[in-house]
Design a protein around this ligand. Structure first.
Ligand SMILES: C[S@@+](CC[C@H](N)C(=O)[O-])C[C@H]1O[C@@H](n2cnc3c(N)ncnc32)[C@H](O)[C@@H]1O
Length: 278
C-alpha cells in the first residue's frame, strides 16, 4: 500500500526534475555532439544519421501515407526528421518545449541570422535518397521552408500537449518524434503516458514514426549538462506502443559501432518504429 501511495508523487517530482534539467540545454553543443561526424558522416552507411534518414525516407515513401498534416514532436534544434516528410505532407508543424530550440529552428526557417549547424549536407543526402541530384537541395530547402507552417511550444507530460486550437479537430495525419520521449521522462511509466498523450494529437489510422535511444541512461546537452534518460529495450518499446493504442508496423534497430560512442552519452542502439494509431 505504501509503494502504491508513493509512486504517483515520485512520478510528479520526476517530471518536474526532468524539466529543471532542460533549463541548461545548449542547442549549439547538442548539434555539435550528435549532428557532425562521426555520427553524421554521409560517406558512410554505418553512421547513425544516414541510417536514420534512410529509415525515414523508406517510411514516408512506402505509399501508405495520406492526408495533409505532419507534426514533429520535440523537434529540438534539428530539421533532419522532416526532410522526407515535407515532400509528402503539405503542412508541417514543428514543436519543442524550449524557446531556445524554437528560436534555433526559426533562424533556419527565416533564412536570416546565424544557424548553429549547416543543414546542406543533410538536404543533399535526402535528395540522393529520393533519386534527385544533390544540387536539388536548394529546392528541398525552399520546400521545407514553405511547408513548415509554425513552430509551437509543447509539453508531452500534459494530457493535452499542444494549445487547444493548435490542430484541426480531426487531429494530425502523421506524427514523427525523435529522441524526445525517453529523454524527457523520469521512468518507463512516464514514457508510456507521454506516448499516450501525443497519440491524442493523431487521427485514428494515422501513422507514428518514432525514433529513439536504446539502453541509454544519460546524455550531455552541453558542457557538464548531464540529462538522465529512461534506458529502453526493444520489448519495452513494443509494449508501451501497444498499451498506448498503436499497432506496430515495423521496428528496425541500429547498433552503434565503437567509433560512434564518442562520450556524449551511453546509448548502445537506436530504434526506428513505424506504427499506426488504432
Ligand atoms: C534529445 S532532444 C531531441 C531533439 C531532436 N528531436 C533530435 O532528434 O535530435 C529532446 C528534446 O525534447 C525537448 N523537451 C524537453 N522537455 C520536453 C517536454 N516536457 N515535452 C516535449 N519536449 C520536451 C527538449 O527541449 C529537446 O529538444
Amino acid at each position: 500500500a505504501k509503494s502504491h501511495m508513493r509512486s504517483p508523487l515520485l512520478g510528479l517530482n520526476g517530471v518536474a526534475a526532468m524539466k529543471a534539467c532542460y533549463r541548461r540545454f545548449d542547442p549549439a553543443a547538442y548539434l555539435q555532439y550528435n549532428y557532425t561526424p562521426p555520427r553524421a558522416d554521409f560517406t558512410r552507411k554505418d553512421s547513425i544519421v544516414p541510417w536514420k534518414l534512410a529509415c525515414l525516407h523508406r517510411a514516408f515513401t512506402e505509399g501508405d501515407m495520406s492526408g495533409e498534416l505532419l507534426v514533429d514532436i520535440g523537434s529540438g534544434p534539428t530539421l533532419y526528421q522532416v526532410m522526407s516528410g515535407c515532400e509528402v505532407f503539405s503542412k508541417v508543424l514543428l514543436t519543442d518545449f524550449l524557446e531556445v530550440n524554437r528560436q534555433e529552428l526559426r533562424r533556419w526557417l527565416q533564412d536570416e541570422g546565424q544557424c548553429s549547424l549547416d543543414w546542406t549536407p543533410y538536404l543533399q543526402h535526402v535528395c540522393k535518397l529520393e533519386g534527385r541530384r544533390p544540387s536539388a537541395w536548394t529546392e528541398k530547402a525552399a520546400k521545407l521552408r514553405q511547408v513548415v507552417a509554425d513552430i509551437l511550444p509543447i509539453d508531452v507530460h500534459c494530457s493535452q500537449p499542444l494549445a487547444p486550437d493548435a490542430l484541426p479537430l480531426a487531429g494530425a495525419d502523421c506524427l514523427v518524434s525523435c529522441f524526445c520521449l525517453e529523454s524527457v521522462s523520469p521512468d518507463l511509466a512516464a514514457f508510456t503516458r507521454a506516448l499516450g498523450h501525443i497519440g491524442k494529437l493523431l487521427r485514428p489510422g494515422g501513422h507514428l514514426m518514432l525514433i529513439g535511444a536504446l539502453g541509454e541512461s544519460y546524455y550531455f546537452a552541453g558542457p557538464g549538462v548531464r540529462i538522465p534518460v529512461v534506458p529502453l529495450n526493444e520489448a519495452q518499446v513494443c509494449t508501451s506502443l501497444k498499451e498506448s493504442g498503436y499497432t506496430l508496423i515495423r521496428l528496425e534497430v541500429y547498433t552503434l559501432t565503437q567509433d560512434m560512442r564518442v562520450g556524449v552519452d551511453d546509448v548502445t542502439g537506436v530504434f526506428f518504429v513505424k506504427a499506426k494509431k488504432d
